[in-house]
Design a protein around this ligand. Structure first.
Ligand code: ITT
Length: 193
């Protein structure tokens, strides 16, 4: 059976495809499903879960395939939860998004730089709509460290670690990350059925 990993973000495709491996599905991305030139759905929900469901439902309608979509973001306490749902829209590139975040946190001491990544994964198919959410607590560094991963990884250090996600291997990140935690719930749902 085919499963569509419906995201326009290459970093997410990599992490999701790797983590969904071994479940017995043939994993397709939007390109593999011939949907690469469709416009991305508008993210009009007010929570990560709502947006994930919205994206998965639209891509399921377009493809007819069992579909997984991901809505995620970085929630920073001192910024009142920003960039949050708007994490992708904080700038045009990863570098710009990080620059804006660090400039908004200029002068904030380490003890007040607490934050969490949140990831909602929606699984939508025929008579099926489920959402799985994972979180990862940590803090925002003063400067970028490392070049692995994607997005805000170079400035996020998870609790209990000294390294950023961008200084970890894919396996190390996935073992503790928001997306890894959401994927483990999704896998349990699929294998327990
Ligand atoms: P799709 O909607 O097509 O999936 P997107 O990049 O627009 O792609 P989101 O709206 O969910 O996805 O935005 C999430 C943003 O949060 C993403 O662009 C990154 O900047 C950031 N983000 C999410 N997960 C991350 C992770 O594991 N590491 C670093 N940054 C992450």
């Amino acid at each position: 059976m085919k499963m569509l990993v419906a995201t326009t973000n290459r970093g997410k495709v990599r992490e999701l495809a790797e983590a969904l491996d071994g479940l017995g599905f043939e994993i397709l991305d939007l390109e593999g499903a011939g949907l690469a030139d469709r416009p991305a759905p508008e993210e009009s929900g007010s929570t990560f879960a709502e947006n994930a469901l919205l994206k998965a439902s639209i891509w399921f309608e377009a493809s007819g395939l069992l579909t997984v979509a991901d809505d995620s973001g970085l929630v920073v306490d001192i910024l009142g939860g920003r960039p949050g749902l708007h994490s992708a829209r904080y700038g045009d590139t990863d570098a710009e998004r990080i620059r804006r975040l660090l400039s908004e946190m200029d002068g904030v001491p380490s003890t007040e730089r607490t934050a969490r990544f949140v990831c909602s994964l929606a699984l939508v198919g025929e008579n099926l709509a489920e959402v799985f959410t994972g979180e990862c607590e940590g803090r925002i560094r003063h400067t970028s460290h490392g070049s692995a991963g994607f997005g805000y990884d170079p400035v996020f250090t998870p609790d209990g670690e000294n390294r950023t996600f961008a200084e970890m291997s894919p396996g190390e990140k996935s073992a503790i990350s928001h997306r890894g935690n959401a994927i483990r719930k999704l896998r349990e749902f699929i294998t327990g059925r």
